[in-house]
Design a protein around this ligand. Structure first.
Ligand code: SAM
Ligand code: SF4
Length: 498
């Protein structure tokens, strides 16, 4: 009996919870000194997986999630890794038009009254959280989409007034809104500033006009650059999203685009590799992801990274670069410190203490839940204390670096000692460099950067891998590597916190 969805891909989950495999203990038997290095060396082979994978997450989407909603009290009952603090994400699913490559849950070209209705429901959802969060402070808000600045001024005003009414903020809270060309005339920009927005993320993707036409992004490049210049003057803390890896893209397209943004004084740049697999919504497949542009993307990405480094940008995530004195990126970074993230809106994904959760993906179900006075949660995944620590360590290593001393001080677990042999093996193989307590992936690890951090998953979590169908374990890069490497802990993980 197949235990997985026929169209399994990076986001799919198994339809049945796998039975524990009685042989798991044998596969995860303690290793001899030196054995782990040869196992890692043999298991890692280039798989042409996506680079850098756009939607990488830990824990990986292997086991089934729990369906059904939870009360606010249930959602926040576990101890928080960052007591007294949280952040907010609001999803606005509206855009002017639908771009060819985009697979976000968005609804293009909708009328004002439909958006009024959605904003009304968001306000009701906020109210559901107000009591449980009353004695905690919000340290960042991220309004994403879609294109939130496609909302009308009165709708934006209503949203911000409700945020102020329902939540308490730290004095330096980072408030980000996503935007796209043609949606922030000067008056709206001034309003956003007045409402408290102190970071703007502008999705422009490329300045190559031929590419833009092919992507169904029909704006004038000079007009977009003028809008962006005004945003830098008004808000200052501005990020631009760029993309690469399109068919027919010239070798220099990304570099030419970046040069123009640098000359405009943009202080933060995100560069995304096109994830084409996810755009093919209708394609049914059971096969590992293979990116035909893998090698070319590595070349383009390395050239862009070198250029941004020369221009004084610092990487804050693997693909996000900023000038630290002129830009911030706190909201996203704090996610990997296990800061609770309250998800508002259709399809939003959140993190309550030790629980990942997601809201309904259909507008109808989202509205029905909110109208019934329930949190519109469709599914969630509780994490053990061990997995929460691993989430922080694994995600930080994947995205730039992890400070083992900080993790030890925060959770009372010496993760450097727990994974001592694995770290030594990865350092000897040249995939990780270590400076004091800080470890980071080297450039040699790039082809495996979706997988090497996963080796730091707790042994107990890896037991699930051995219960997966053999077909999946043999053919998909992540389960194949984890199964072949086996145990990676030198010592048990014992969390100091309950
Ligand atoms: C939620 S979108 C919102 C930004 C804005 N609406 C815009 O026009 O770009 C955030 C970013 O995800 C990236 N993105 C969207 N689809 C993608 C895909 N298929 N592969 C890689 N990156 C993608 C784009 O860079 C986009 O700016
Ligand atoms: S890329 Fe941005 S503007 Fe285009 S459809 Fe996606 S969210 Fe909307």
């Amino acid at each position: 009996m197949k235990q997985y969805h026929t169209n399994i891909n990076k986001r799919s989950r198994f339809t049945l919870t796998p039975e524990p495999d009685p042989a798991a203990a044998e596969h995860l038997a303690p290793f001899e000194p030196g054995q782990i290095k040869s196992r890692v060396e043999a298991a890692l082979t280039i798989q042409n997986d996506f680079f850098p994978c756009f939607d990488w997450t830990f824990p990986p989407p292997i086991t089934q999630r729990q369906t059904g909603t939870l009360s606010p009290g249930e959602l926040f009952q576990a101890p928080s890794a960052v007591p007294g603090r949280y952040s907010l994400y609001l999803h606005i699913p509206y855009c002017a038009t639908l771009c060819k490559f985009c697979y976000y849950p968005v609804m293009p070209g909708r009328a004002a009254d439909e958006m009024d209705d959605y904003v009304g429901h968001l306000l009701q959802e906020m109210a559901l959280y107000a009591d449980v969060l009353a004695d905690r402070k919000c340290e960042s808000v991220y309004i994403g989409g879609g294109t939130p600045t496609y909302l009308h001024e009165r709708q934006l005003t209503a949203l911000f007034e409700a945020l102020q009414r329902h939540f308490a903020f730290t004095p330096d809270a980072e408030i980000t809104i996503e935007s796209a060309p043609g949606t922030i005339p000067d008056a709206k920009l001034a309003l956003l500033r007045q409402l408290g927005v102190n970071r703007l993320s502008y999705g422009i993707q490329t300045l190559d006009t031929d590419l833009l036409a092919d992507l169904n992004r029909s704006y004038s490049v000079p007009a977009a650059l003028r809008e962006l210049e005004a945003a830098v003057a008004t808000i200052g803390n501005v990020n631009i999203d760029t993309m690469y890896g399109f068919e027919g893209e010239s070798d220099r397209a990304l570099l030419d685009t970046l040069e123009q943004f640098v000359s405009l004084g943009i202080p933060c740049v995100s560069i995304y590799s096109l994830d084409g697999q996810r755009c093919e919504r209708e394609r049914v497949r059971f096969a590992p992801s293979q990116d035909p542009m893998f090698d070319r993307k590595l070349v383009i990405f390395r050239a862009a990274r070198a250029y941004l480094h020369e221009q004084g940008f610092t990487p804050v995530l693997q693909n996000i670069f900023l000038k630290p004195d002129r830009a911030s990126y706190r909201h996203q970074l704090r996610r990997w410190e296990n800061l609770p993230l309250v998800a508002l809106g259709m399809g939003s994904m959140g993190y309550a203490p030790r629980r990942l959760y997601q809201n309904h993906l259909s507008l109808k179900n989202y509205y029905a839940a909110v109208e019934a006075g329930q949190l519109p949660i469709v599914e969630s995944e509780p994490l053990t204390a061990e997995l929460e620590i691993a989430r922080e360590m694994v995600s930080q290593l994947r995205f730039t670096q992890v400070d083992l001393a900080r993790v030890r001080d925060k959770y009372g677990v010496d993760v450097g000692a727990v994974f001592e042999d694995l770290i030594d093996a990865l350092v000897e193989l040249g995939y990780v460099e270590r400076r004091g307590d800080v470890i980071r992936l080297t450039n040699a690890a790039e082809p495996y950067n979706n997988i090497i951090p996963m080796l730091f998953a707790p042994n107990r979590f890896k037991e699930v891998i051995f219960a997966l169908p053999e077909e999946y374990r043999e053919n998909f890069p992540l389960p194949a590597v984890l199964a072949n490497v086996g145990a990676t802990q030198s010592r048990p993980i014992r969390a100091a916190r309950p």
